[in-house]
Each structure stands twice: as C-alpha cells, then as structure tokens.
Design a protein around this ligand. Structure first.
Ligand SMILES: Cc1cc2nc3c(=O)[nH]c(=O)nc-3n(C[C@H](O)[C@H](O)[C@H](O)COP(=O)(O)O)c2cc1C
Length: 174
C-alpha cells in the first residue's frame, strides 16, 4: 500500500515538474516592429503553450506601431536588454499558469534591477482563476523594481478581444 502511494506521489511530482518546465521554458525570439518609429517601447512576453499570449502581445504592439511607435518585441529570456534607457515604455505580457507570476518575467525584472521609473504596461493573460492574486503580485513586483504602471490589463482566454487590447495601446500611445 505504502509503495503504491509513493509511486503515485512520485508520478504526480514528475508530471508537475514536467508541466512547470513546459510552460515556463525560456524561448529566444526577438524582432523590431516599425523600425523608424519616433518613440520606442520594449515589449517582453512569455509565449504560452498556444499562440494566444503572443497574439495579445502583438495586438498591443499594433496599437503602438499604428501611432508611430517603434516596438522591440521579445520573448522573456536571458537575451532581453536590462538597460532600458532607450525606451519610453516597457510592456510585460504574461500568462498565468500556476497561480503565480511567470518566473521568466520576474527573473527578468530581478536582472534589470531598478526600472528607473519607466512607464510600464502589464498585460495578464489567464483563464480567469486568480485566487492568489498573481496579477496583483506581478504589479507589486514591477512597482518594487521602481516601474511606473500606467496600464494593467487582463485578457481572459474566453474573451479573445484583441481589438480592445489594441485600442488600449493606441490610447496610451497618443
Ligand atoms: C498548466 C496550466 C495552468 C494554468 N493555470 C492557470 C491559473 O492558475 N490561472 C488562470 O487564470 N489560468 C490558468 N491557466 C490558463 C492559461 O492562463 C490560459 O490558457 C492562457 O491563455 C495561457 O495561454 P495558453 O492557453 O496558450 O497556454 C492555466 C493553463 C494551463 C495549461
């Protein structure tokens, strides 16, 4: 009986570790949108298991580029610049997976250290289950790093209202 319980526990731990690794693995991808834009934003997103989080991130980028901004869109990884002096805006777009802020984003914030008061938009993507207040925790991490949150948006998978995200960015970009 004890052996069975231990085997089941070990299997659960292994499944949990695999899920954690799968959803939070770092991916290297970066591109610059509207290269000649007058103002610059650094958009950091954690790509989810599907394209949804990237779609949300790029919908926000659309709102900026269509208002004349240059956007460096990059996945959250070691390659992301920690010197933010050339950017007017930092955008963080991340999916909730384990009731907590995405470690790839918080690791970046810890690497960056002091955000020097940069205007910051936080976009939380989720399924609508946030009992441990992951969104608030992410916002607190940004504030503690001296980021100035100008927009905190939520996009639930069931909504899929990408036009609303673009409109929020356009509002800010004016
Ligand atoms: C393993 C796993 C854990 C999840 N945990 C949460 C959660 O704690 N809270 C929540 O609101 N949504 C949760 N979701 C839903 C995701 O946040 C949602 O599907 C979001 O769109 C992420 O993008 P994806 O579907 O491309 O992975 C979870 C999804 C998966 C696959």
């Amino acid at each position: 009986m004890l052996t069975t319980i231990l085997i089941v526990l070990a299997a659960l731990v292994a499944i949990g570790a695999f899920l954690e690794y799968s959803v939070y693995r770092e991916v290297n991808s970066t591109e610059t949108l509207n290269v000649s834009g007058a103002k610059s934003a650094l958009l950091i997103y954690h790509p989810g298991l599907t394209s949804f989080t990237k779609d949300v991130a790029y919908a926000y980028a659309d709102g900026l580029t269509s208002s004349g901004w240059r956007v460096q869109a990059t996945t959250a990884s070691q390659q992301v610049p920690s010197d933010l002096s050339e950017y007017e805006l930092l955008v963080l777009c991340w999916p909730i997976y384990d009731l907590h802020p995405a470690p790839t984003i918080t690791n970046y914030l810890h690497r960056a250290g002091n955000l020097q008061g940069i205007n910051t938009t936080v976009i939380t993507v989720g399924g609508g289950i946030d009992p441990l207040k992951a969104q608030e925790a992410m916002n607190n991490t940004v504030c503690n790093a001296n980021g100035n949150i100008v927009q905190s948006l939520t996009m639930f998978r069931s909504q899929r209202n990408l036009a609303a995200v673009t409109a929020e960015a356009a509002k800010l970009a004016q």
